[in-house]
Design a protein around this ligand. Structure first.
Ligand code: G1P
Length: 294
C-alpha cells in the first residue's frame, strides 16, 4: 500500500495565539486533536505508513501517537479502563509512523521533498492536516481518499482532490484548470494546469485543491526542479503543474465537504458542525445551542 506524508512543520500563524506553544495540529476538536482525525482518515482509506514532516517545536504530534507508559500505568492502577483504552487507541492498530525534519520553512513542496529520504522514490499520498474531510460521515470520508487510491491503482494517474470555492476564497488555494469541464462528485477528470493562489481575475476556475493528493513517483523529480513560486515558497502545486508536462493528472471532485481548520473562522464553523454531528456529544451540543438561542 502507498505511504502517506503529512506535513506538520508549519508555524500555524493563522491560528495564533492559540498555536504559539502548541502545534496547530494538536488543537482539540471535541475530544481529540485535529491530527488524529487526519491519521484516522488515512487509516480508513487503507494507508498503514505515515511520515510526518516535522519541526523541533512539534514533538507533541509524534508523542500523541506513541505509547505513554507512565500515563497508561497510572490509569491501569486506578482502574480507569475506558480512558486507558482511549489513550492506547490514539494510533490506529498496525499504523507505522516515522518522522523527518524540515529544518527550513521553504514551503509545502520543500516539506514534501524532505520525506523522500524516508520514502524513497515511491508513489505517495499527501494529506494536509489543516483540512478535515467530513469525518462525522464516516462512509463519505472513506469513499473520497479510498476512491482516489483505487483510481490511481487502476489507472496510474495522479489524483488531486478538488472542491468548488466562492470567489473571495480563490486566492487562498491552489486552483485547477479543467478546460471548462465540471466534474461530478466522486469522479475524476484530466487537468490542464494548476495555479497556486491566483488573483480572482486570473483564476482558471473556482475548483480549489482541497489538501488530499495521490501522486505518481515522478513527482519527486518535479519537486527537485521546482523553484520558489507564490509567497517566495517552493509550492507543491507548481510541482504538480510541471508533472502535467509528462503525464496525465486528474482532479477528483470530492463528495461531502471539506473543513478548513487552519484558520479561526473555519475552525469555529467546524467545531459547531462536528459537535452537533458527533454521536457522543451531539445531544449535549444540541441542548447547549438551544439554551443559548432562547
Ligand atoms: C496549501 C496548498 C494549496 C491548497 C491548500 C489547501 O496552501 O499550497 O494549493 O489549496 O493548502 O488547504 P496553504 O493552506 O498551506 O497556504
Amino acid at each position: 500500500m502507498i505511504k502517506a506524508v503529512i506535513p506538520v512543520a508549519g508555524f500555524g500563524t493563522r491560528m495564533l495565539p492559540a498555536s504559539k506553544s502548541i502545534p496547530k495540529e494538536m488543537i482539540t476538536l471535541l475530544d481529540k486533536p485535529l491530527i488524529q482525525y487526519v491519521v484516522e482518515e488515512a487509516y480508513a482509506a487503507g494507508i498503514r505508513d505515515v511520515v510526518f514532516v516535522t519541526h523541533s517545536a512539534k514533538c507533541s504530534v509524534e508523542n500523541h501517537f506513541d505509547t505513554n507508559f507512565e500515563l497508561e500505568w497510572q490509569l491501569e492502577q486506578k482502574g480507569k479502563t475506558q480512558l486507558l483504552e482511549a489513550v492506547r487507541n490514539t494510533a490506529p492498530p498496525s499504523m507505522r509512523f516515522s518522522t523527518v525534519r524540515q529544518s527550513k520553512g521553504l514551503g509545502l513542496g520543500h516539506a514534501v521533498l524532505c520525506a523522500k529520504e524516508v520514502l524513497g522514490s515511491d508513489d505517495v499520498a499527501i494529506l494536509l492536516p489543516d483540512v478535515l474531510i467530513d469525518m462525522y460521515e464516516c462512509d463519505l470520508q472513506k469513499d473520497n481518499l479510498a476512491s482516489m487510491l483505487e483510481r490511481f491503482r487502476l489507472t496510474g494517474k495522479s489524483q488531486i482532490m478538488v472542491e468548488k470555492v466562492g470567489d473571495s476564497d480563490i486566492e487562498k488555494y491552489g486552483i485547477a484548470d479543467l478546460g471548462g469541464k465540471s466534474p461530478i462528485g466522486g469522479n475524476s477528470v484530466p487537468v490542464k494546469a494548476f495555479v497556486e493562489k491566483p488573483p480572482l481575475e486570473h483564476a482558471p476556475s473556482n475548483l480549489a485543491v482541497v489538501g488530499r493528493y495521490v501522486l505518481s513517483k515522478n513527482i519527486w523529480r518535479c519537486l527537485e526542479s521546482t523553484s520558489a513560486g507564490s509567497g517566495g515558497e517552493i509550492q507543491l502545486t507548481d510541482a504538480i503543474d510541471s508533472l502535467l508536462d509528462s503525464e496525465t493528472v486528474e482532479a477528483f471532485y470530492m463528495t461531502g465537504k471539506s473543513h478548513d481548520c487552519g484558520n479561526i473562522n473555519g475552525f469555529i464553523q467546524t467545531f459547531l458542525e462536528y459537535s452537533l454531528q458527533n454521536p457522543k456529544y451531539g445531544p449535549l451540543a444540541k441542548e447547549a445551542y438551544k439554551s443559548l438561542s432562547n
